[in-house]
Design a protein around this ligand. Sequence first.
Ligand SMILES: Nc1ncnc2c1ncn2[C@@H]1O[C@H](COP(=O)(O)OP(=O)(O)OP(=O)(O)O)[C@@H](O)[C@H]1O
Length: 227
Amino acid sequence: MTGDSSPALVDVQALTHTHGRGAAAVTVLHEITVRIGGGVLVALAGRSGSGKSTLCHLVAGVMAPTAGRVRVKGEPATAVRDWAGVALAPQRLALVGELTVAENVHLPALLRGAPVHPDLLARMDLERIARRPARETSLGEQQRTALARALVLAPDLAVLDEPTAHQDDGHVEQVVAALREAVRRGTTVLVATHDARLIEVADTVLNLHSGRLVPDAVGQGAARHDD
Ligand SMILES: Nc1ncnc2c1ncn2[C@@H]1O[C@H](COP(=O)(O)OP(=O)(O)OP(=O)(O)O)[C@@H](O)[C@H]1O
């Protein structure tokens, strides 16, 4: 989180979001205001259905809020199209099943003509299966592939929805280390999670409760890590 006067990487102001229309309309986020600075790991915690994925999608700019605004680097989040700006690993992963694990990870770099981050495959324990089509890998492997893909351009902001949901303890440690390393290199990482192992290493914890940020929990979290 940033103080009021410092520039925010992510600036969310009075954001409200309603899914559906008419009789089916349901407002799932209410008047969210929060600012997030550069180079921090932020955990967005909250019970199932509290609105974490919805807020992730709005911050990543894949949908627009019903009211209020989300700015990333001073632009509306929906206008930031470059994965070097904002990268998303959605809960449902969205891999290209026919492409290999390595091709999926490197796709944002290949599309952009950018160099690939050399050791992400190893960091995410994907080297052994790098040449296998993504659809022929386990769910945990697919999740680590989507996480590596989100980090491959060292984006300003990586939005990762439940990044440890399909990982065993050992791989949780590897994912956490990779996220901390991304933060060390300057990426702000926003994770939606219920995982205490991830929440405890966050610089900031935002707690969502029924679509509202719980005021006295905002800004709490583990001390800043400098590793
Ligand atoms: N497309 C949609 N149409 C209608 N309601 C939706 C839609 N997507 C999500 N919702 C509702 O919005 C609320 C918040 O959902 P969201 O997926 O953001 O929660 P979450 O905190 O990420 O949950 P989980 O931890 O289970 O993934 C839930 O009540 C959900 O049923």
